[in-house]
Design a protein around this ligand. Structure first.
Ligand code: SF4
Length: 507
């Protein structure tokens, strides 16, 4: 082996010089490089070269190494659970459930946990756009304000559920423009709402409590991932399986032709022929009524029900059905309806499930109205279809779409794109592109839940404040700020100002 030409002293000198050169290159304050630019000699497109600069004025809330926590809310689904967001050096790095929140109780579901990704998505719009081209906020507000003025009331708003002060601000502003507001969720609960109205005469959706149920029976709803209040229901289901909670371990039974995310938790899965779920629910109600000697108001609905015939047409063993009825009759239970796509007639299935809960004695115990989900003012899919017809007929000149991808959510046969193309000014309040981001649209990015103030009142007696947990990453404006500015630009009486702070307060 040839002897080395470098001695130990020479090696240490060279290593020291290389280290100094590397540090100097990494902290090169004198040669500003646009953020995100790749330095060719690094040849690493994943790690961009950025300037490292000290704060000129240190934000008193930012102490390097110390996290600041903000109590706020999750807006990934209408349940509106309370969350605690951890801020490190000005960026939210983690979300967890707020233990003081009566809905989530300190937990966060998978969807809520992933909600942080909405803020850091690389696809986010960085500022307002007009037909795909950048436009300043001032120009956008002036032009749209003039359009609203000229629309003479032909203005409409369709968007996700907003409640409390946020919902009131939207309603007042759009009303001041002479327009109408539809708050609508594609995964809404129209069928269950109609069933509750038909059976209990109330326009509300009761809350489902799984904690004390010895048998959890679902007709297909994904109650731990998407249906109604998944975080709360997951916690309740986990409690029902924990002998330390109630001194028992619940059984989970799923009656559905397919296994969804929650269905895989089942101890017993019965797969009825598609379309026979209503018959199975009514058969179970009849069997439980017979076992319990039920004499209540639902009794007259059950007199003509033949459980054996129902089991046979569903392709389920009558003995199995009887076994499930034994469990339901013996101890407190909870019966969950199907989701929007779990039956050919979801309203009939929801009605049958409410009847079964009534016969089991679950109403007021595990299915409650005291802390029900509020649905006042929520639009139905039929209302949205009527709005699209108005768009098609030229009756809507300015249409705001708040965080909804209508083209993606509604069937292609409805030609949503064709209807939207007839609107003079389509205004999308969205942070990311979607199927509804058609060429002519205005895009006014509102920023994410973590960047904005807001509030919610989705359950009777529960108000949740959404506080700004970090400064907006981009040139965004919240829905409320946009509406207030548009009201001024259109020369109409603006609604009372809502909180819209630049400073976030710690929890
Ligand atoms: S149920 Fe999940 S997604 Fe919905 S608000 Fe609660 S944590 Fe967020």
């Amino acid at each position: 082996m040839p002897s080395s030409t470098i001695d130990r002293r020479g090696f240490l000198k060279a290593a020291g010089a290389a280290g100094v050169a590397t540090v100097a290159a990494g902290c090169d304050y004198n040669a500003p490089v646009p953020i995100g630019k790749v330095v060719p000699w690094l040849e690493d497109p994943v790690v961009p070269y950025e300037n490292v600069l000290p704060y000129v004025v240190q934000d008193p809330q930012l102490v390097p190494g110390n996290a600041v926590h903000f109590a706020t809310r999750c807006d990934e689904c209408p349940a509106g659970c309370g969350v605690v967001a951890r801020n490190r050096e000005g960026r939210i790095v983690h979300l967890e459930g707020n233990p003081h929140d009566p809905v989530g109780g300190g937990n966060l579901c998978a969807m809520g946990t992933a909600g942080i990704q909405a803020t850091y998505s690389p696809d986010r719009f960085k500022g307002p756009l007009k037909a795909g081209a950048e436009v300043s906020w001032d120009d956008a507000i002036q032009q749209l304000g003039a359009a609203i003025k000229g629309a003479a009331g032909a203005v409409a708003w369709v968007g996700r559920y907003r409640s409390a002060a946020t919902g009131a601000l939207i309603a007042q502003a759009v009303q001041a423009f002479g327009g109408r507001v539809l708050m609508w969720e594609p995964l809404g609960l129209d069928a269950l709402r109609a069933a509750v109205k038909a059976t209990f005469g109330r326009d509300a959706i009761p809350s489902w409590h799984l904690d004390d149920a010895h048998t959890v029976l679902s007709f297909g709803a994904d109650f731990t991932t998407t249906w109604l209040s998944p975080n709360e229901q997951s916690r309740g289901w986990a409690n029902s399986r924990d002998p330390k909670h109630g001194g028992f371990v619940s059984r989970t039974v799923v009656v559905a032709p397919r296994l969804g995310n929650s269905g895989v938790l089942a101890d017993l899965h019965l797969a009825p022929k598609p379309g026979t779920e209503v018959d199975v629910a009514m058969a179970l109600a009849r069997l439980v009524a017979d076992r319990k000697g039920y004499r209540g108001p639902a009794g007259r609905l059950l007199s003509g029900v033949d459980p054996d015939a129902a089991a046979s047409s569903a392709g389920i063993s009558a003995e199995r059905l009887g076994e499930v009825a034994d469990w339901l009759a013996a101890a407190p239970s909870v019966v969950i309806p199907g989701g929007p796509a779990d039956s050919i007639d979801p309203t009939a299935l929801a009605t049958a499930v409410l009847v079964l809960n009534e016969v089991c004695g679950n109403i007021g115990r595990t299915v409650r109205f005291g802390d029900e989900h509020l649905v006042d003012g929520h639009a139905t899919a039929g209302d949205v279809v009527a709005l699209l017809d108005d768009c098609r007929n030229g009756k809507v000149k300015v249409l705001f779409i708040d965080d909804l991808d209508l083209v993606y959510s509604l069937p292609e046969s409805m030609d949503v794109q064709g209807a939207l193309a007839r609107v003079d000014h389509l205004v999308l309040l969205t942070n990311e592109p979607g199927d509804t981001t058609i060429d002519k649209a205005w895009v006014l990015p509102p920023g994410t839940t973590l960047e904005n103030w807001g509030d919610g009142n989705v359950r009777a007696g529960v108000y949740t404040l959404q506080q700004q947990a970090m400064r907006p990453l981009y040139a965004t404006r919240s829905q409320g700020d946009v509406l207030l500015a548009l009201a001024r630009a259109a020369g109409v009486a603006a609604p009372a100002a809502q909180p819209a702070g630049a400073d976030a307060a710690p929890a």
